[in-house]
Ligand binder design. Structure first.
Ligand code: SF4
Length: 165
């Protein structure tokens, strides 16, 4: 598992650690905020689809894993790139269920948000909020910073997950 921490650092992540599913906090209110509080939520776009899965199924999916890589970045796009690369590497290493959970920020400007076709539909992964993950509580419990930003100039602390095995 150390290999994936090293890879995350090579991919410019400021922190990376292996955690267990017990260290991921779920709260159905994350979905409440996703559906009514997120400026990026668009029911019909690939970016926000939950693919007909229920909250209970999504929680169960995460809990079936043993090791999860948590990546911390100040840059949304770098984080999306990193979790996909770590997922790919783990898959090629034989962890065939490796899977990233991270709001898609691959493109500088998201076509999907603007109602156009997504150029990389196979690379879109689900948003952690749509999975009901309380990222604030999860990060803080691990001693990592996660505060409500007060202005656009504040340093962003963004988090992504790679479910490994
Ligand atoms: S790959 Fe690009 S267009 Fe597609 S959802 Fe992600 S950011 Fe948007």
């Amino acid at each position: 598992m150390e290999k994936y921490i090293d890879l995350a650092k090579e991919l410019k992540m400021v922190n990376a650690m292996i955690i267990s599913p017990q260290q991921v906090f779920f709260d159905i209110r994350a979905i409440l905020k996703c559906r009514w509080g997120c400026e990026d939520f668009f029911q019909k776009t690939i970016r926000c689809h939950t693919r007909a899965t229920t909250y209970e199924e999504r929680v169960e999916m995460v809990k079936r894993y043993n090791h999860i890589l948590l990546a911390h970045s100040h840059d949304a796009r770098e984080l999306s790139v990193a979790v996909l690369e770590i997922e790919r590497t783990a898959f090629l290493d034989g962890y065939y269920f490796a899977f990233a959970i991270r709001t898609c920020n691959l493109c500088k400007s998201c076509n999907a948000k603007e109602g156009s076709p997504c150029p990389f539909p196979d690379k879109v992964r689900p948003c952690d909020q749509s999975f009901g993950i309380d990222v604030y509580k999860t990060a803080r419990n691990l001693g990592l910073p996660c505060e409500v930003l007060q202005s656009r100039d504040d340093i962003q602390n963004r988090y992504g997950f790679v479910l490994l095995d």
